[in-house]
Design a protein. Structure first.
Length: 215
């Protein structure tokens, strides 16, 4: 009886934790919506795509941050993940994903896997995702994490994202989440439709569209 009672207590605690995390994700998405509505001008969308927001509601961001940062997992701020890298703040993840404007089941390339969160969001949207991380100490755990969480549509590898993933090209969309001062030419060669990149030292995005998208 004592063993059964202990199991029931553990189960109840797990359910309570899951509920708290779900509530935290919902609050995070509400914050993203408020920021989007308050933003104006440039490439910033007033209202983000409902599918993107739903994906953000489903992905367990706490699973992509170090244990020491989990209390802050659903706050709208970047968090350190080690080796001088961070997981982007949720609003930036939502904005960049929204700006890609990909149809379901598109092929997407991400440069800068980090802990794997952005790749998971893209996979939740139904895309086939390829992601590259230059820091091996991040690339290997990220690939394992994505696999364990069931994101089988994500292919992850360690490498220099400057050169893209030519054997898997062309890509309907490319996200450069690693801050760049310019867009690498090999990525444009592998681009079928749209590229979105964060700009070094600035919380803004640059957008490039392939000429193929106009054809």
């Amino acid at each position: 009886m004592a063993a059964i009672a202990a199991l029931l207590l553990v189960g109840a605690a797990q359910v309570a934790a899951a509920d708290r995390e779900a509530d935290a994700r919902l609050d995070m998405v509400r914050t993203i919506e408020v920021i989007a509505r308050q933003s104006s001008g440039g490439a910033t969308a007033t209202t983000l795509d409902a599918g993107v927001l739903e994906a953000m509601r489903r992905v367990p961001r706490h699973a992509f941050v170090p244990a020491s940062q989990r209390e802050l997992a659903y706050t709208n701020r970047p968090l350190p993940i080690g080796y001088g890298q961070t997981i982007s703040q949720p609003y930036i993840v939502a904005l960049m994903t929204d700006l890609l404007r990909l149809a379901r089941h598109s092929r997407a390339l991400e440069i800068g896997t980090g802990s794997g969160y952005q790749a998971a969001v893209l996979a939740e949207l139904g895309h086939l995702v390829y992601t590259i991380e230059i820091v091996s100490e991040l690339a290997e755990p990220a690939a394992k994490r994505l696999s364990e969480l069931g994101y089988g549509a994500v292919s992850a590898r360690h490498g220099d994202g400057y050169y893209g993933w030519p054997e898997a090209a062309p890509f309907d969309g490319i996200l450069v989440t690693a801050a760049a001062s310019q867009i690498p030419p090999p990525l444009l060669e592998q681009l079928k439709k749209r590229l979105v990149s964060s700009i070094e030292r600035l919380e803004i995005c640059a957008i490039a569209e392939s000429r193929q998208a106009e054809m």
